[in-house]
Design a protein around this ligand. Structure first.
Ligand code: PGA
Length: 294
């Protein structure tokens, strides 16, 4: 029964390729059916993580109401769930989430411990209000706030040193996908972001692969495009850490995930969750995403 379910999930991911047979991702996925099955079965050892990224949205009353919806919707979910909320609401949302399975996340952190860093928010502050996750390397932090891989690495290591979990975001621009450099761009971000991070510390790292052209645009990567890059990310971990570490890595997809796209994406063998922006602000949509069906 279990095998049948997994196989039907595989069909959904592969089936999405119909009509785009000329794409590299499809050709590769057809050529490797055995490894896809193996990978999917192994994925059962990884627990999916669905994370909401509220970005700079909501006021306090909306944040509290939305958090309640997420807590309720997560009750029977098979996936782990977390919401990354604006700093001013962390404490209030933490109270709403108490006793639920939903983790609390921040969208950024300061790379310093404490002191004269006006506007900075430290890992200790985040922990004192119940945070367990922090996003680093989000494309908006990279593009709008000019964060370099070096700074992202400092933040990532600070998060890990504090014992928090880090969702490190990577992803290519539209031009980079078009010129075929996606895997190289993502590898460079991984090398930079994870410099000095040990294999043991990877237990507290989640990677969010988010093609920049798909963020907030309504353009979701096709399941085969996403699967292909997720497989490349996993391969990077196998080569740079170990095959065992690679198998354990939770790799989320992000970029315009909706209730309409989540099931197919989650049926891909190397996609272990979703980082959701826009749709995480709409309670019933996010509730459906949390309870994806494969
Ligand atoms: P989106 O955002 O779902 O609105 O595309 C995803 C993200 O930026 O994490």
């Amino acid at each position: 029964m279990r095998v049948l379910i997994l196989l039907s999930a595989l069909t959904a991911c592969a089936g999405a390729s119909v009509g785009v047979a000329s794409r590299r991702g499809f050709a590769q996925s057809v050529a490797r059916p055995a490894s896809r099955v193996t990978s999917r079965v192994t994925m059962a050892a990884r627990t999916a993580l669905i994370a909401g990224n509220w970005k700079m949205n909501t006021v306090l009353s909306e944040a509290v109401a939305l958090a309640k919806v997420v807590a309720d919707a997560s009750q029977g979910a098979a996936a782990d769930v977390t919401i990354c909320v604006p700093f001013p609401y962390l404490d209030a949302v933490s109270r709403v989430l108490a006793g639920s399975k939903v983790g609390l996340g921040a969208q950024d952190v300061c790379e310093y411990d404490k002191g004269a860093y006006t506007g900075g928010v430290s890992t200790a502050m985040l922990q004192s209000v119940g945070c367990s996750y922090v996003l680093t390397g989000h494309s908006e932090r990279r593009a709008i706030f000019g964060e370099s891989d070096e700074l992202i690495n400092k933040k990532t290591r600070k998060v890990l040193a504090a014992g928090l979990k880090c969702i490190l975001c990577v992803g290519e621009l539209k031009e980079q996908r078009e010129d075929g450099s996606t895997d190289q761009v993502v590898a460079t971000q991984l090398v930079g972001g994870l410099k000095g991070v040990s294999e043991a510390e990877l237990a507290n790292i989640v990677i969010a692969y988010e093609p920049v052209w798909a963020i907030g645009t309504g353009l979701t990567a096709t399941p085969e495009q996403a699967q292909e890059t997720h497989a490349a990310v996993r391969k990077w971990f196998a080569a740079n850490y170990s095959p065992a570490a690679a198998e354990k890595m939770v790799i989320q997809y992000g970029g315009s995930v909706t209730p309409d796209t989540v099931d197919e994406l989650m049926s891909c063998p190397d996609i272990d969750g979703a980082l959701v922006g826009g749709a995480s602000l709409i309670g019933d949509k996010f509730a459906r995403i949390i309870n994806f069906v494969v």
